[in-house]
Design a protein around this ligand. Structure first.
Ligand SMILES: O=C(O)CCC(=O)C(=O)O
Length: 325
């Protein structure tokens, strides 16, 4: 199929085009000749993508993926790649430099004892659940009455809009996968010691059978999947564990019954490419405020902000006073 830009794609699908136009727009500003998204909750303005990246990303609305449905309850669409290899490294470098990240700590009760969990990767998150949206003046308003700001106590966290540099990819992914997304979670795995353990994204706030689009940029890492253990009263299932060696630009769409039946992880790895760093972006759709609270609690938390230091080549704690103009 011929490549189409996002605008051309929407001109062919009037309903989607209508929906796209009513999406709240992020605030933009001009910063040292770069256009950027700004918001009071941001640590700093987030520049829009350079033209050579955005013009390529716009073309990805008709990229084709491979279906993987050969096991019980499994429904994947695997794009190898979604973002062409020729720009995925530039996109990785751009996002690593321009986004603000967190190293979240939180406590849980384990065997009746308060235990501190150190998230073993850098994280950041943008978005707002389906019950609200950001108005043009940056205020959060009720989805059901767009002129009405939400009650002050609707959210304990401080939601932030998806910056244009990620929102373009969100819109393209929506068009490609015919699914709506209102959240963008970003993980940065600085080295092979960073990881995410086996889990499923099947929280009730995502609704039944959620579709989650998961992108890899930068270093190749193994993505492991295994079926959840069957309950005692259920028939035993013959399933094989899965290993997808996700490379820069790849995207896995997990959909249908996958999240309620399969677990996924990025295990720690020694040596190799992992130490060059990997960014993972997921687009999801949270239906209720509990989703917003959960995502900000576990991906922003209450700790300090980190910024990529291109001289030291690592994430460094950032403070307002270190800002350069
Ligand atoms: O990094 C990845 O590919 C997986 C990320 C993930 O599972 C998550 O953020 O829930």
């Amino acid at each position: 199929m011929a490549k189409r830009t996002l605008d051309a794609f929407f001109s062919l699908t009037p309903t989607a085009a209508k929906r796209a136009r009513v999406e709240p727009q992020s605030t933009t500003t001009t910063l040292n000749s770069t256009v950027a998204t700004t918001h009071p909750t941001y640590s700093w303005p987030v520049p829009h993508l350079p033209e050579h990246i955005s013009s390529e990303v716009e073309l990805l609305v008709t990229t084709q993926g491979k279906e993987i449905k050969d096991q019980p309850h499994l429904d994947l669409l695997y794009f190898q790649p979604f973002v062409p290899r020729s720009i995925s490294q530039d996109l990785f470098n751009f996002l690593r430099s321009e986004l603000f990240f967190y190293r979240v700590k939180y406590t849980i009760k384990r065997f009746g004892k308060e235990t501190i969990i150190n998230t073993p990767r850098f994280t950041t998150v943008f978005g707002l659940d389906e019950t609200s949206f950001f108005a043009d003046n940056n205020q959060i308003v009720e989805a059901t009455s767009p002129t009405k700001p939400v009650r002050k106590d609707k959210y304990k966290c401080k939601p932030r809009p998806i910056p244009e540099c990620l929102d373009l990819l969100r819109r393209v992914t929506e068009a490609n996968t015919n699914t709506k997304y209102n959240f963008c979670l970003v993980n940065y795995y600085a080295s092979g010691s960073d990881s995410i353990s086996f889990h499923s994204d099947d929280e009730r706030f995502l609704g039944p059978d959620p579709a989650i689009a998961s992108f890899t940029l930068g270093a190749k890492r193994d993505f492991l999947m295994k079926h959840k253990p069957t309950k005692e009263d259920e028939p035993k299932l013959e399933t094989r564990d899965i290993k997808l060696p996700l490379a820069s630009g790849d995207m896995v769409l997990m959909r249908g019954p996958t999240q309620s039946n399969w677990l996924h992880s990025i295990p720690k790895r020694k040596g190799g490419e992992a130490d060059k760093g990997r960014i993972n972006i997921t687009f999801r759709r949270a239906m209720i405020p509990a989703g917003t609270e959960n995502y900000y609690r576990y991906n922003v938390g209450e700790g300090g902000v980190y910024q990529w230091d291109s001289t030291k080549r690592e994430m460094m704690p950032w403070s307002k006073s270190t800002i350069t103009s």
